[in-house]
Design a protein around this ligand. Structure first.
Ligand code: SF4
Length: 497
C-alpha cells in the first residue's frame, strides 16, 4: 500500500490551515525559526560566487539520473552487494516495513536506534515496528522531541520547529524520567545534556541501527548521511546490524557528484558551510562497524511520479527545507496544516503525486505562486510550474466545482471576442454596485464568495482600456500597435486601472 504518513486521512489544507492560524504561539515559533535559518543561509550563500552554477549542475545531475534511473539503481545494487551489503526492493510502504521487521526478528532483536529519516515517517515504520513488538528510539534531538510528545513533524529539516525551549523542557521533564539530573533548564546546553543522558545508554546497548540516506552512490555502492549532532554517527557505527531505507530517487551516479551536493545541502538546509558529520560507508568491513548491512530501496509511488514528464523533477528534491523557509504560506501556517510529513512547497507537490492524486488534492492550491520556493531551491525545481500543472491535472481528473467551471467557460467566451468582452464589462459594472466599497468588491455571494473571503477584488473600472484609448485617439482602431507613452502624451488623463 502506498502511504505518505497519515496524509490520506488528513483534513483538507484550508481546514487545517485555519486551525493553525488560530495558534499565535505556533505562528511566533515558526516565524522566528524560519527567520533565523533564512538569515544564516543568506550569509553563507552570498559567499559562493558560483552558487548559480552549482544549482545548475545539481539540476542537471538529477535530471540525468531520472532519465537513467533503472541503470543507476542496478549499478548501485551490484556495487553495494559486492562490498558485502544486501539490497532489498520494496514496492510500497507495507513491503518496506515488512522487510525491516523480518530482518530485526531474524536476529531476535526487540529494539532499534534510528537516525533521522523522513522516508521511515513516510512508510509509518515506527507504528509498524511497535505493532510487531519492536521499540524504535529516535536519536535525532528534534525527532526525539516529536516521538516523546507523540507529535508530528512540522518541518523537513527542523521537525520540532513549532516548539520553543520552555515547551521542550516541560516535555523532557515529563517523559525522560531523569531524576538523577535534577530539574532540567531551558538553555540549549541543558536540553542537550538531558537528551544525551537519555540516549547514550541506548547507543551502547541496542544492536540494530536504522537510517535513511541523503545520497546513494551508484559507482561505489556507498550510502551517505549528513547530520549536525553526531547521533547519526553513533547509530551508523556502534550496532552490529545496520538497515538503511532509501527512496529510489536518492541515487547519484558517481562519488564525485557529492562535491556539488555537499556544498548545496548544508548551506540551504541549516545555513552551515558544511555539515559537522558526513558519514559515507560502503558495505561492511570485518571487525569495524556493523557486520551486517541492508539497504531497502523504496518505490512507494516514486515511479508514478517519474512517469509524468512535466512534474518528475519533483524527485530531484534533496530535502533541504529551503523552500519551506521562503514560502509565505508555510511561514504563516507551519507544517502540520499540510497533513503530511512533507510540508511546505515541496510537500504541496510531492504528497499528492505519491498518492496518485487520490488524496491531498487541496495541497497544490496552498501557494500564492510567488516563486520564492523556486529561487530558494538548490536543485532548481520549478515548483510554481509543477503546482500549476497539478492544478490542471486535478481539474481534468476530478472536475472543478460546477459554478467555477461555468464561470471559466463564460470567461473564455468573453475574452475571445472584443465586443462580447465589452458587453460583459458593461453587465459586470451594473451588477457590482451592491458590493462595491472604495474601488474594491467585498463579500460577493454564491459561487463567487470565495474570491472575496480573504482577498481584495478590484471593482470593474468605470472606463475600460479600449474606451479610454478610443477617447484618447478617436481615429485609431488598433489600440496597442504603435502606441507611445500614454499617460504623459497629452490629454486624456491616466489610463484606467
Ligand atoms: S524542493 Fe528544493 S528547496 Fe524544497 S526541500 Fe526540496 S531541494 Fe530543498
Amino acid at each position: 500500500m502506498i502511504r505518505v504518513g497519515d496524509a490520506a486521512r488528513a483534513p483538507a489544507f484550508p481546514v487545517a490551515a485555519r486551525r493553525a492560524l488560530g495558534n499565535a504561539q505556533l505562528r511566533r515559533n515558526v516565524r522566528h525559526a524560519t527567520d533565523v535559518i533564512r538569515n544564516k543561509r543568506a550569509v553563507v550563500v552570498a559567499e559562493m560566487s558560483d552558487w548559480q552554477d552549482l544549482r545548475e549542475s545539481a539540476h542537471q545531475i538529477k535530471d540525468h539520473v531520472l532519465q537513467h534511473l533503472d541503470v543507476y539503481l542496478e549499478q548501485f545494487e551490484d556495487n553495494c552487494t559486492r562490498a558485502g551489503g544486501r539490497v532489498h526492493w520494496a514496492r510500497d510502504a507495507d513491503e518496506a516495513n515488512r522487510i525491516v521487521i523480518d530482518i530485526i526478528h531474524g536476529h531476535h532483536e526487540r529494539e532499534i536506534i534510528k537516525v533521522k529519516t523522513m522516508t521511515s515517517d513516510e512508510t509509518g515504520l515506527n507504528a509498524a515496528l511497535e505493532a510487531a513488538g519492536i521499540v524504535p528510539y529516535e536519536t535525532d534531538l528534534a525527532d526525539l522531541i516529536i516521538q516523546l510528545g507523540a507529535d508530528r513533524p512540522s518541518h523537513i529539516v527542523v521537525p520540532a520547529l513549532h516548539m520553543n525551549r520552555t515547551e521542550i523542557r516541560e516535555l523532557f521533564q515529563r517523559t525522560m524520567k531523569l531524576e538523577a539530573l535534577g530539574p532540567i533548564g531551558t538553555d540549549p546546553q541543558d536540553l542537550t545534556n538531558a537528551a544525551r543522558a537519555f540516549l547514550r545508554e541506548k547507543f551502547l546497548r541496542v544492536n540494530v541501527g536504522f537510517s535513511g540516506a541523503n545520497f546513494a552512490i551508484a559507482d561505489t555502492g556507498s550510502v551517505c548521511v549528513v547530520e549536525s549532532e553526531g547521533n547519526g554517527r553513533m547509530c551508523l557505527t556502534l550496532p552490529k546490524i545496520l538497515i538503511s531505507l532509501v527512496g529510489v530517487e536518492k541515487i547519484i551516479p558517481a562519488f564525485g557528484d557529492l562535491e556539488v551536493f555537499l556544498q548545496l545541502l548544508p548551506r540551504s538546509a541549516t545555513g552551515e558551510r558544511m555539515n559537522p558529520y558526513n558519514s559515507i560507508w560502503t558495505g561492511i568491513r570485518g571487525g569495524d562497524g556493523p557486520q551486517e548491512f541492508h539497504v531497502v530501496l523504496l518505490d512507494n509511488g516514486r515511479t508514478t511520479v517519474l512517469a509524468d514528464e512535466q512534474s518528475r523533477e519533483t524527485l530531484d528534491c534533496i530535502r533541504c527545507g529551503a523552500c519551506l523557509n521562503a514560502c509565505p504560506v508555510y511561514r504563516q501556517t507551519g507544517g502540520h496544516a499540510y497533513g503530511s510529513i512533507y510540508s511546505g512547497p515541496i510537500g504541496a507537490i510531492l504528497t499528492p503525486q505519491l498518492q496518485s492524486m487520490q488524496h491531498s488534492t487541496s495541497l497544490p492550491y496552498a501557494s500564492s505562486l510567488c516563486g520564492a520556493c523556486y529561487e530558494a531551491c538548490p536543485v532548481k525545481i520549478n515548483i510554481p510550474e509543477i503546482l500549476i500543472h497539478l492544478r490542471r491535472r486535478i481539474v481534468e481528473e476530478q472536475g472543478g466545482p460546477l459554478g467555477e467551471r461555468l464561470l471559466m467557460k463564460a470567461a473564455a467566451l468573453a475574452f475571445a471576442d472584443s465586443s462580447r468582452l465589452s458587453i460583459a464589462q458593461k453587465l459586470a459594472r451594473a451588477a457590482q454596485w451592491p458590493f462595491k466599497r472604495g474601488g474594491q468588491l467585498s463579500a460577493l455571494r454564491g459561487p463567487l464568495a470565495a474570491w472575496t473571503a480573504s482577498r481584495d477584488l478590484p471593482a470593474v473600472p468605470a472606463e475600460s482600456f479600449r474606451d479610454w484609448w478610443k477617447r484618447l485617439r478617436p481615429d485609431s482602431h488598433e489600440p496597442l500597435r504603435g502606441a507611445k507613452a500614454t499617460s504623459n502624451s497629452g490629454g486624456g488623463g491616466a489610463p484606467p486601472r
